[in-house]
Design a binder for this molecule. Structure first.
Ligand SMILES: [Fe+2]
Length: 351
């Protein structure tokens, strides 16, 4: 399996992973052979990255079970949100059982292939965004050693963190220009609205509600609504803030023009101790890799290849299978470079 930009997708290639639109509707299933029609169909749906099968990279596999569970959870997301907002609490808890299943899988598997741009393929605020934030939080919670019940709660809080925004006028939420001070003050109410909405269900734990209420607090006290500092901010709040900022920053950049997966990642690292709890940023570093398996990169020594293996705790130093060298066109036989063993070589860009 490898990852290609839509502009590089060719007819007759085989899709390796289900493709969704921004609302989470299935567009093309894995195993489908690409035709001309499907390329323009994907373009119309704003898809810009696709996973395709590749013989030379047949050892890299999509985690089909995880994909299935993500799809199942995604289809329940509108139900979860609508039920909470209309007070249908019994159905809400039923819909949330899929979150349980998803977290159980993540916990059972131990290390799932945690690649950041796998978690963030679209740039609009959608159910996919909520789901991705929830999955990211589950991975972080797992590597921090939380027990399964708490990881489930954390994941639910992360999925619902912005539910309070449903109480903010959509003109303000969707405004493209800079917000006035007054509008910004209104936006700042959304963590408290979220707390109130979730409180009214009466079935979620204090920790879930507090995580939502605290997700805009910052480690150095510069956040809102209360300007809490350090450990005054709940653990869930400190974890969700990292996941939320990561996905928000990814969304604000135009992936379609140029994709630089290291930028949002570095922003999180640079916020260590100011925006974020430094211990949790270390966990972030140990949990997520920058370059996903199957992505094509150019190295500083001029060669190009695919990421085929990760090195734990070294998010930017994976193993690369080189398939191209300058001046040698297609004639080289593939070989691997472990960037952990070659400190003089860096990844220059994703191509
Ligand atoms: Fe928020």
């Amino acid at each position: 399996m490898k990852i290609v930009f839509l502009k590089d997708l060719k007819a007759d290639e085989v899709i390796a992973k289900d493709i969704y639109n921004e609302e989470g509707k299935l567009l093309i299933t894995a195993g489908t052979k690409v035709g001309r029609g499907s390329i323009s169909f994907l373009k119309r749906n704003n898809v810009f990255l696709v996973h395709i099968e590749d013989e030379k990279l047949s050892d890299i596999k999509v985690d089909k079970k995880l994909e299935k569970l993500k799809t199942k959870t995604l289809t329940k997301m509108p139900l979860i949100f609508n039920n909470i907002l209309t007070g249908e609490y019994k159905n809400t808890m039923e819909a949330m059982e899929t979150v349980d299943e998803l977290v159980d899988y993540i916990v059972d598997k131990g290390t799932v292939n945690t690649n950041l741009y796998e978690v963030k393929l679209y740039d609009d605020y959608t159910y996919i965004h909520c789901l991705d934030t929830g999955i990211m939080a589950a991975f972080l919670g797992l590597s921090m050693g939380l027990n399964t019940a708490r990881i489930k709660d954390l994941s639910i809080a992360a999925m619902l963190h912005d539910i309070g925004k449903t109480k903010i006028p959509s003109e303000i939420i969707n405004k493209k220009e800079k917000l006035t001070d007054q509008e910004y003050a209104i936006i700042k109410n959304h963590p408290a609205y979220g707390r109130d909405i979730l409180n009214s269900i009466g079935m979620l734990s204090e920790e879930v509600i507090d995580g939502v209420f605290n997700h805009h607090e910052r480690y150095d006290g510069s956040g809102y609504p209360r300007g809490l500092k350090g450990n005054e901010i709940s653990q869930f709040g400190r974890i969700i803030s990292i996941c939320d900022v990561f996905t928000a920053v990814s969304a604000n950049r135009s992936y379609r023009l140029r994709f630089k997966p290291n930028e949002a990642y570095e922003l999180i690292l640079s916020g260590s101790g100011s925006m974020f709890d430094p211990d949790f940023v270390d966990e972030f570093r140990n949990t997520f890799f920058i370059y996903p398996l199957g992505s094509c990169v150019r190295l500083s020594n001029g060669v190009e290849g695919y990421v085929v293996k990760q090195n734990k705790s070294f998010p930017d130093r994976p193993v690369i299978r080189v398939i191209y060298e300058k001046d040698k066109a297609n004639s080289i036989s593939p070989y691997e470079i472990d960037l952990l063993q070659h400190n003089d070589i860096i990844i220059e860009e994703v191509i």
